[in-house]
Write a protein that binds this ligand. Structure first.
Ligand code: HEM
Length: 438
């Protein structure tokens, strides 16, 4: 690399690639602990991570990478969504034709649409499974209560994002799914009709609804989701990294057992001999506190490892697996596109998107309780979970015995919802009558 004082244009030309590289990446690949720490510090993206993480956070079987998978799917959705925006027009007279163009004339258009559609379904599933993992490992307990609340909001925004996107192709599937979905909203007492009108901008699904859903889908909801994700990630750091069993913080290697000097000095040699060994923990300066939770006084950094390369490589692997999965599915399965909208011919049955089919199934028993009452109670209970279950036991472990009751109740809730979705998807036919899928 030429020195900044070296003004010879020839030397500057020769050193150009190296100088450009070093102006962006200030550190060479690290080979020392100091280098590993500076690599995390000096790169904008890596800087969002702590310099060190606890080994427990890296165990694949603890998180299954589900939070990261949700995030990477959102990232793929943003990239493919922006590309789709170059072709899409939110107009009832053009939207469907634009879908046909994507299928027929735009290079890789169908592939782009497939990637967007399957990532959206994948994100709904991944966020839900991530919530299950957080619950079943007791990871919503203090100090992570508020991050759980943010998570519940993230789940709701994710569902709403997917729902608003469903209308955009303006085919029969989209039109009738949204007609069903928005009529569920109208069952809410007092405000139901107003909520439906606010969503549709009209009495029925039409141009106004398409425009509203488009703006919500491409601008409002992604902005809200990005903001919530940013706070969610920030809270993970401030809450001391991922949860782990209390025994993981018990000091072992790296913490010296010494005889307390104060005891030895204050009493006789006999008392000194009898003095119990105490733990002398490491002391840290203000920089240590800034760097993250693992270097705080009182914590034991022994089971932590440098984020470079351990965490970053793990994240890269999860990213590659997520991208590969989406590419593979998009290669073999095309996103559905049915006939253009025909308001005179509703399909029978008209079904909501799969993640709302449990709701639709409930509505078939009672419009109010199935569509509004029970879902509201479920969301409120989910939001209150960390404030109702205050016992700090079994945190950071899957299916801890101490959490048998809480886990059983949660699993019952999950199983009931999955069964309702399966019934709605496979066992309901014309007029919402029971049919056999076989
Ligand atoms: C867009 C949706 C979401 C994204 C992108 C996201 C992302 C993440 C990531 C990357 C992590 C750390 C690694 C991991 O656990 O896999 C995490 C942790 C966490 N998430 Fe989420 N999450 C989302 C939704 C949710 C939901 C729906 C909940 C619960 C209702 C939730 C609650 C939590 C909690 C409490 C933690 C800390 C867990 C611990 O300390 O072990 N998140 N999230």
């Amino acid at each position: 690399m030429s020195k900044p004082t070296d003004t010879s244009p020839w030397k500057a030309m020769i050193a150009l690639p190296e100088n450009v590289w070093h102006s962006i990446f200030r550190n060479p690949l690290p080979s020392s602990d100091l280098g590993r720490a500076s690599t995390s510090f000096t790169n904008f993206f890596l800087h969002l991570h702590p310099v060190k993480v606890h080994r427990n956070s890296l165990r694949a079987t603890f998180t299954f990478g589900l939070g990261l998978i949700s995030f990477f799917l959102f990232f793929i959705l943003v990239v493919t969504g922006i590309l789709l925006m170059f072709y899409y027009v939110p107009s009832t007279s053009q939207a469907y034709d634009r879908m046909l163009d994507l299928r027929g004339t735009v290079a890789f258009g169908i592939f782009l649409r497939n990637m967007h559609r399957w990532s959206a379904h994948g994100m709904v599933a991944a966020v839900f499974l991530h919530m299950c993992r957080v619950f079943l490992t007791g990871s919503y307990k203090p100090p992570r209560e508020f991050n759980w609340v943010l998570g519940v909001l993230l789940l709701l925004v994710t569902l709403f994002m997917s729902f608003t996107g469903y209308l955009l192709p303006w085919d029969q599937l989209a039109f009738w799914a949204i007609t069903v979905g928005t009529s569920i909203a109208s069952y809410a007492p007092l405000v139901g009709k107003q909520v439906k009108f606010l969503l549709l901008g009209d009495a029925t699904v039409g141009q106004e609804a398409l425009l509203r859903f488009y703006v919500l889908h491409v601008a409002v909801l992604p902005a809200v989701l990005s903001m919530l994700v940013a706070i969610h990630f920030w809270r993970i750091r401030k809450d001391g990294g991922l949860s782990r069993p209390a025994e993981e913080d018990e000091p072992t290697a790296g913490v010296e057992l010494v005889t307390a000097p104060a005891v030895v000095m204050a009493t006789s040699p006999a008392a000194a001999a009898a003095a119990k060994p105490v733990l002398q923990r490491r002391q840290y300066g203000i920089q240590g506190l800034v760097r993250g939770p693992f270097t705080k006084i009182g914590n034991t950094p022994d089971r932590s490892v440098f984020s470079w390369p351990n965490l970053f490589m793990a994240e890269l692997v999860v990213f590659l697996i997520t991208v590969a999965g989406v590419l593979l599915v998009s290669l073999y399965f095309n996103a559905p596109l049915e006939e253009p909208v025909n308001i005179m011919h509703p399909p029978n049955p008209a079904k909501a998107p799969w993640y709302f089919l449990g709701l639709q199934e409930q509505v078939s028993y009672s419009a109010f309780w199935g569509g509004v009452g029970i879902p509201t109670i479920e969301v409120v209970l989910l939001l209150l979970v960390p404030y109702l279950d205050r016992k700090i036991a079994g945190v950071g472990r899957w299916f801890a015995r101490e959490r048998l009751l809480a886990n059983s109740l949660f699993l019952t809730f999950v199983v009931i919802n999955v069964i309702l979705i399966v019934i709605g998807t496979f066992f309901r036919g014309p007029n919402w009558e029971f049919v056999s899928p076989w």
